[in-house]
Every structure is written in structure tokens, then in C-alpha cells.
Design a protein around this ligand. Structure first.
Ligand code: CAA
Length: 256
């Protein structure tokens, strides 16, 4: 498959996608989002792949939705074509997707990172939802996902001012899972993705499904859902292997 705006590689069981529109600081146009989802579709159907790592450049993960593409957009087209729904498709993936964020993650770029399962950030990362400064609002899930992570007061302040905040603040308020020096970002994120990809695929997907459920259900319903999948895990060979390997003091070999 050929791509114009992204680079797609693989490292063993890890699928690597790099946003690659340097002339526009990886601004997300429709073509890029389409390519990104095509690459994710391929990894989703690839039995060898256990985890996907999405990154940008050292200067920008992505500086937002493409303002050049949006400036002339009118309501009927954006509505009929469900403009920017590509981000929802990223969030709906079953396999884990990690965002490795260096530099700018602004607007739609930040929303894309939030649609991934977790963010590992470099110490030079800058986050913002600056849509308010452009006379619009976040359209890639920003108001919803940010508010769930940081709470109402901070989400209001961040989206109504559009201010940038750094990696340390992002870590403090729960936006990112880890912050590492820029020089260590790719290695740390890849190592994390490799660890996940080496685990039981069934258990990994079940955990992701349970945590996704948090946003959609009551605690009681979520607990019931988790318990049922926990019981179902005892029907897998990976459970026998994982627990057997622990007792035999050897590394587990999970099914592929
Ligand atoms: N869309 C289109 N082009 C963009 C872009 C964007 N979001 N962000 C940067 N670029 C382009 C610039 O136009 C510039 O192109 P030219 O060289 O052809 O002029 C190139 O990338 C480099 O950018 P700068 O010269 O501005 O670089 P800088 O280092 O001086 O500044 C920046 C970097 C602070 C990130 C600045 O580029 C910036 O503020 N970008 C826009 C950020 C923004 O507002 N993002 C939100 C977009 S709206 C959105 O995302 C809506 C949504 O929710 C769906």
C-alpha cells in the first residue's frame, strides 16, 4: 500500500505509523486521516500485530486540523461528509494504539492523540485546543475526551482560552501517561508497545474493551462487564500458559 502523508513500518509485532507532512507541521487533512485509518485497518486485520505506535516529528506530532482545507468549508459539506469523523475511527480500534507525542499537539492533533489509548510525551511537547481562537470549537472529540481526563474546570479553562500547556502540566492533570526526554521518546514508546504486543492478545483486547466501557456505562454495569470477560479469559489457552509459566518459573509463550 502506498501513502503520501504517513510512513508505515513494522517492528516485529508492533505496527509503526509516522505522520509525515513536515511542510504543514503534520496538520491533519482529509487525505492524511484517510491514509491513517487505512493503515490502522491493515494492522487491525494483521494477526502478527499486537500494538500500534503513532508518532510525528520532533517538532510536531500534529499542529491541528488543516486550516487551509477548512477555511472554505461550508456547513452542508462538512455535515454530509461527516468532516473529521476519521478521529472517531481511530478511537474505535480494538488493538491498543499508543501516541508518542513530541513538539506541538494542537487542536485536531491533540484530539488525535487523545483518541489513542494513552500518550507518552517528550519533554518538549506542547498541548492546546486553540479552536476558540479560530472562531470554532474542537470537532475531533476534544471537549469530551479532555473533560473526562482533566475534569470540568480545567477543560473549560483550556478550551475557552485555547492556551498551550507543557508536558509537565499534561502529566500532572492526567492527559499523558509518562513524560520522557525527547531523545528517549521513540525508544521508550517502542519498548512499551513491544511489551504490550508480547502479551496475550485476548487479554490485551479484553482490558482495552473494559476500559473503553468506563466512559459509556455506570460503575455497576462496568464491573459486571469486566467480571464476565474475566470469566471468559479462563476459556483461553493463554490463561493456562500465563499462570502455568508463572508456577514453572519460566517466561510465558502466548498464542499469536
Ligand atoms: N493547518 C494548516 N497549516 C498549518 C497548520 C494547520 N493547523 N499549522 C501549521 N501549518 C503550516 C503553516 O501555515 C506553515 O506553512 P507555510 O510555511 O506554508 O506558511 C507551516 O505549517 C509551518 O508553520 P509556522 O510557520 O506557523 O511554524 P511556527 O513554528 O512559527 O509555529 C505553530 C508553529 C505555533 C504550531 C503554528 O503553526 C500554529 O499556531 N499553527 C496552528 C495551530 C492551530 O490553530 N491548530 C488548530 C487547528 S483547528 C482544529 O484543529 C479544528 C478541530 O478541532 C477539528
Amino acid at each position: 500500500m502506498s501513502y503520501q502523508h504517513i510512513r508505515v513500518e513494522r517492528d516485529g509485532a508492533v505496527g509503526l505509523i509516522v505522520l509525515d507532512r513536515p511542510q504543514a507541521l503534520n496538520a491533519l487533512n482529509s487525505a492524511l486521516l484517510e491514509e491513517l485509518n487505512r493503515a490502522l485497518d491493515a494492522f487491525e486485520h494483521d494477526r502478527e500485530i499486537g500494538c500500534v505506535l503513532l508518532s510525528g516529528s520532533d517538532k510536531a506530532f500534529a499542529a491541528g486540523a488543516d486550516i487551509r482545507e477548512m477555511v472554505g468549508l461550508h456547513f452542508p459539506d462538512s455535515y454530509l461528509e461527516e468532516f473529521f469523523a476519521g478521529v472517531d475511527r481511530v478511537a474505535a480500534r480494538r488493538k491498543p494504539v499508543i501516541a508518542a507525542v513530541a513538539g506541538y499537539a494542537l487542536g485536531g492533533g491533540f484530539e488525535l492523540a487523545l483518541a489513542c489509548d494513552f500518550i507518552i510525551a517528550a519533554d518538549n511537547a506542547r498541548f492546546a485546543l486553540p479552536e476558540i481562537t479560530l472562531g470554532v470549537l474542537p470537532g475531533g472529540g476534544g471537549t469530551q475526551r479532555l473533560a473526562r481526563l482533566v475534569g470540568r474546570a480545567k477543560a473549560m479553562e483550556m478550551t475557552l482560552t485555547g492556551r498551550q500547556f507543557d508536558a509537565a502540566e499534561a502529566e500532572r492533570c492526567g492527559v499523558v501517561a509518562r513524560v520522557v526526554p525527547l531523545a528517549e521518546l521513540q525508544a521508550t514508546a517502542l519498548d512499551t508497545a513491544r511489551q504490550i504486543a508480547a502479551r496475550s492478545r485476548t487479554a490485551v483486547l479484553m482490558i482495552k474493551e473494559c476500559i473503553q466501557r468506563c466512559d459509556e456505562s455506570s460503575l455497576a454495569e462496568g464491573l459486571r462487564f469486566e467480571r464476565r470477560l474475566f470469566h471468559a479469559a479462563f476459556a483461553t489457552a493463554d490463561q493456562k500458559e500465563g499462570m502455568g509459566a508463572f508456577l514453572e518459573k519460566r517466561p510465558a509463550q502466548f498464542q499469536r
